[in-house]
Design a protein around this ligand. Structure first.
Ligand SMILES: Cc1cc2nc3c(=O)[nH]c(=O)nc-3n(C[C@H](O)[C@H](O)[C@H](O)COP(=O)(O)OP(=O)(O)OC[C@H]3O[C@@H](n4cnc5c(N)ncnc54)[C@H](O)[C@@H]3O)c2cc1C
Length: 380
């Protein structure tokens, strides 16, 4: 078909109709999915302590008597996101022969993935842990791809750490793409809406100086668009719309547990009070994935807790998406709707060990989102 005949076709009524039906998905930001953000729909409030280390996660090897211990803890606000990559690094240091017995201490995001990667490398693995899912701190995460969240301080970054972090992040990201489409959707993409409130507030300051490294992953992460909103009736005037990789932590943990058991894994519930107790266990090699628990067990004072709280709303599978508005982060997951008020600045929760739910903070986040929908004309 020639260019001239193509031009002729476009003049036909049917083709003109086709052109008018063309629809710019990114421009559709006047309507965002609606969740029923009401304080009487909060079904639980959870609190978790991010295990933050200024120099990044600890991955060194240490001897305890005749046992080798590979550390794998201190992943701040990025534990789920970095899990497969950090597991790969730890297992490289721990597993030297097929059939080797390996003990993994901890059954959170890091322990479970480390145990599976060790099995993939041919090891026979036993997990030793005080808490199992859903009672581990990892179960209380927002569940998003956030590989550089509270992972280190800019002042403590070294080229070695930055390169190691990038390797972890890239490997984890590739693993997550292979976990999509599974029954129950443990991992999936949703759409994130970053709504810029019309009554703008300054960007929250960062008194801690957290490292920002996301730019290094630009080539692998799908990007979005920033779209102006020309409708003065709406409470926001600009929207950042982009894909967001999320983890439905309940189904995802169930998937990981089944993978571990199918490969012959064993779990023993136990609390370790001192590293020397490892000498009484049969494995010659351990991988220490105790998260914030490493502060007490390994007397590692370099771990700083960063408290984070989530108010959970009753799930709405008809409205799966994520957004940020007026410093409140929302992830509407299949297993619950995360509403997280992020505080007045980036230091919110820093060095706080209190894991008691704060009802006022929970109501604050939900009320801000309620106000957003009210401003859009919805009575949720
Ligand atoms: C509000 C909030 C939101 C978050 N959102 C995200 C997010 O969206 N994406 C993301 O990637 N990360 C997020 N995180 C961070 C993430 O939750 C952590 O990085 C992650 O939970 C750390 O996992 P872990 O396996 O190291 O520790 P844990 O989950 O705490 O697991 C530690 C394991 O070690 C065991 N253990 C500890 N001490 C002992 C001991 N003495 N003896 C025996 N066993 C022991 C525990 O019982 C447990 O089984 C968030 C954190 C918070 C607080």
């Amino acid at each position: 078909m020639t260019a001239a005949s193509l031009a002729g076709l476009s003049a036909l009524p049917g083709c003109a109709g086709a052109r008018s039906r063309r629809y710019d998905l990114d421009a559709d930001v006047r309507h965002i999915p609606v969740i029923r953000a009401r304080t009487d729909r909060i079904d639980r409030i959870t609190v978790c302590l991010r295990p933050f280390r200024a120099s990044g996660p600890r991955l060194g090897v240490e001897q305890v008597g005749r046992k080798s211990v590979v550390h794998n803890y201190g992943h701040g606000g990025s534990g789920w996101s970095l899990s497969w990559g950090t597991a790969q690094l730890a297992v490289e240091r721990a597993v030297t022969a097929s059939g080797q017995k390996v003990g993994v201490i901890g059954c959170g995001a890091i322990g479970l993935t480390t145990a599976i990667v060790a099995q993939q490398a041919g090891a026979q693995v036993t997990i030793y842990a005080r808490e199992m899912p859903p009672f581990v701190r990892s179960a209380r995460a927002s569940g998003s791809w956030t590989p550089a969240s509270r992972i280190a301080k800019t002042s403590d970054l070294t080229p070695e750490f930055t390169a190691r972090w990038e390797r972890m992040a890239r490997y984890s990201f590739s693993c997550y793409q292979n976990l999509q489409g599974l029954p129950g959707n443990p991992v999936e993409w949703d759409t994130f809406y970053g709504l810029q409130a019309r009554a703008r507030r300054p960007v929250p300051p960062d008194p801690i100086g957290f490292a920002e490294m996301n730019d290094r992953l630009r080539d692998i992460e799908p990007q979005g668009n920033t779209i102006p909103v020309h409708d003065g009736r709406l409470p926001y005037d600009e929207v950042r719309k982009q894909p967001n990789l999320i983890f439905n932590v309940t189904t995802y943990t169930d998937y990981l547990m089944r993978q571990f058991f199918e490969r012959g894994g064993k779990i023993r519930t136990m609390t370790l009070h001192h590293p020397s107790e490892l000498t009484a266990l049969p494995e010659p090699v351990f991988i220490n994935c105790t998260g914030y628990g490493a502060r007490a067990l390994w007397n590692d004072q370099s771990i700083i807790p960063i408290r984070g709280q989530i108010a959970w709303l009753i799930p709405q599978p008809e409205a799966l998406f994520s957004m940020e508005y007026d410093n409140v982060y929302v992830v509407s997951r299949r297993d619950g709707i995360v509403v997280q008020w992020q505080g007045e600045d980036m230091g919110h929760g820093y060095n706080r060990t209190d894991e008691t739910p704060d009802l006022d903070e929970a109501h604050k986040g939900v009320s801000i989102i309620n106000g957003l929908y009210k401003g859009m004309g919805y009575n949720v």
